[in-house]
Design a protein around this ligand. Structure first.
Ligand code: LMR
Length: 394
């Protein structure tokens, strides 16, 4: 049977990770995979996580199964973090998942289960794995205009025009904040307009929020998601703890299904439990437990938010430095958008050939669509990158 398996196209982000590893050049700069790095190039375990792990090691007496939806304490803490008091708890069905990707996958499974003919509208561009999973599940995708490579901002008029085509039963996939791969985000006026349009078309919004706290702050980054969740009849939210808690390999995420009609919550919750059971049974617990401990303990929470804030501000400084260095070298303001973007990523807006040239000639690794992980930079590599971009005539 195995001889009939078909080779799959390599995931571009993961293939780039390997290329970077294999490059012997000492001065190489990794702006590929979306992993936070400090100024020394490390992806540190946050001190709050370390402290929670120590406490957990001392206190945990069993590792027996928890439940198909994970620990309700984790759901409550995460619902609070993402939704605040935007919607009543009774209106939210939630399931712990293996990472944010697990939440995305389970959301797509739920969509397919609930409406086999649903189409999912995805931003052009979006995280490539969104499309890959949708294709794998056989769910039809419709792309909507999003990024304007001329300005480096959102093509909002194009987005609205395309989303107006959505029908009841369709799903509109939105990025809650820190759009991946572009770094270009909606402002609150635009979120309101998108919400109004969703109400008009009857399409169901699904929000992928993987970088809360990396953009404008924990509350600010959740504002669009909260607005949508409190306005539409139903929505899905896939949240990741990988980046903002730095627990990538622990695979910690939560899928939330919000309905204005609380009488639907029980059935939705049972369906999420059923879907978890079919795919992997019990979701991972270790990372979820650490997150719960941090979010429910005043001292740990304060320590974690301070660390997160430091990471966020560090990325903003790097953005400012890169934009101003490019301004100095090129004598033009056309890279100003790099300072306006938020989150870990920015799309430079250049061709795959230039990206290749940057890799070959300057040992700079960015994804082929010119997505850069800003957290991969430091004070020493910002001038190198700016010079390489200017020399390559991007
Ligand atoms: C990324 O976009 O680089 C991250 O979300 C990691 C991944 O799984 O692709």
């Amino acid at each position: 049977m195995f001889e009939s398996l078909k080779p799959q196209p390599a995931d571009k982000i993961l293939a780039l990770m390997q290329l970077y590893k294999d490059d012997p050049r000492a001065e190489k700069v990794d702006l590929g995979v979306g992993v936070y790095k400090d100024a020394t190039g490390l992806t540190p375990v946050m001190a709050a996580i370390k402290a929670a792990e120590k406490q957990l090691w001392e206190e945990q007496t069993t590792k027996t199964y928890v439940g198909l939806l994970g620990d309700p304490g984790f759901s409550d803490a995460m619902i609070d973090l993402v939704l605040g008091d935007a919607v009543p708890r009774a209106n939210v069905a939630a399931a712990a998942t293996p990472g944010g990707t697990g939440a995305v996958r389970q959301a797509f499974e739920l969509i397919q289960y609930g409406n086999p003919s649903a189409r999912v509208f995805v931003s052009d561009p979006t995280w490539p794995n969104h499309i890959s999973i949708l294709n794998y599940l056989g769910i039809e995708t419709v792309s909507y205009r999003y990024f304007d490579s001329e300005s480096g901002g959102v093509n909002f008029a194009g987005m609205m025009e395309d989303l107006a085509e959505a029908k009841p039963g369709d799903v509109v996939l939105l990025h809650g904040c820190c759009h991946n791969p572009t770094g270009a985000n909606l402002n609150m006026t635009e979120w309101q307009a998108v919400t109004d349009l969703l109400l008009k078309t009857g399409a169901l919004p699904m929000i992928d929020i993987a970088y809360q706290g990396f953009g404008d702050g924990l509350e600010e980054d959740a504002a669009g998601t909260r607005l949508v969740a409190s306005s539409v009849p139903e929505c899905l939210i896939a949240a990741s703890c990988s980046k903002n808690f730095g627990i990538y390999r622990e695979r910690t995420g939560l899928l939330m299904a919000v309905s204005q009609d609380a009488s639907k919550t029980g059935l939705t919750r049972d369906t999420l439990a059923f879907l978890n059971r079919q795919n992997y049974s019990f979701p991972p617990d270790h990372g979820a437990r650490l997150v719960t401990m941090i979010l429910t303990d005043e001292t740990l929470r304060a320590q974690w938010s301070a660390e997160l804030e430091q990471m966020r501000l560090g990325m903003l400084v790097l953005r400012e430095q890169l934009a101003s260095e490019l301004q100095r070298l090129t004598g033009s303001d056309r890279f100003g958008f790099l300072a306006q973007h938020r989150g870990m990523f920015s799309r430079l807006g250049t061709s795959p050939e230039k990206v290749e040239e940057l890799r070959k000639e300057h040992a700079i690794y960015m994804v082929g669509d010119s997505r850069m992980n800003i957290a991969g930079l430091n004070a020493k590599t910002v001038p190198l990158l700016a010079k390489a971009i200017a020399d390559a005539g991007v």
